[in-house]
Design a binder for this molecule. Structure first.
Ligand code: FES
Length: 166
């Protein structure tokens, strides 16, 4: 449809100018070039867990409310929280460069999570209200060993600024 309208429009223009303007087929194909729309991938998107493979995670919000979700293996606590509109900022987008995804893990589950890497420990050192079981939500992935994990969102978070690193 659009192609026909454009062709008619070009034909009229060529006629109007008495063939003084020559449009090559390359120019026309440039005009006709289609464009694509990609499915946007929003930060915080979540996979749907396969039936029977759901893992449970409970977030305790700042006001004490508890919310439990069924999630798929491999999801990070950051993605789960953001996917359910919980108050977890994740300022660096999960690249372990801030501490705004700080969570306090229930001690019953803490040892089942793989040890934090040095990058995570460095950022945790700057987290507000650090505890013995603090972790960064973007670095904790759901797996069977921590099915049923409970994490609390701290009352405040603190982002890192260049001044902190001087
Ligand atoms: S989102 Fe920045 S460290 Fe986790």
């Amino acid at each position: 449809m659009f192609k026909n309208i454009l062709t008619n429009s070009l034909s009229k223009q060529i006629l109007r100018t008495n063939h003084s303007r020559i449009i090559s087929t390359n120019q026309i194909s440039f005009i006709y070039r289609s464009f694509s729309i990609y499915q946007p991938v929003w930060h915080g998107h979540l996979k749907t867990p396969k039936p029977g493979e759901e893992l449970k995670v409970t977030f305790i919000e700042k006001d004490g409310n508890q919310k439990t979700f069924d999630v798929a293996e491999g999801e990070t606590l950051l993605d789960i929280a953001q996917g359910h509109n919980l108050d977890m900022e994740g300022a660096c987008g999960g690249s372990c460069a801030c501490s705004t995804c700080h969570v306090i893990v229930d001690p019953d589950y803490y040892d089942a999570i793989p040890e934090p890497e040095d990058d995570e420990n460095d950022m945790l050192d700057l987290a507000y209200g650090l505890t013995e079981t603090s972790r960064l939500g973007c670095q904790v992935k759901m797996k069977k060993d921590i099915d049923g994990i409970r994490v609390a969102l701290p009352q405040m978070t603190r982002n890192v600024s260049s001044n902190d690193l001087k």
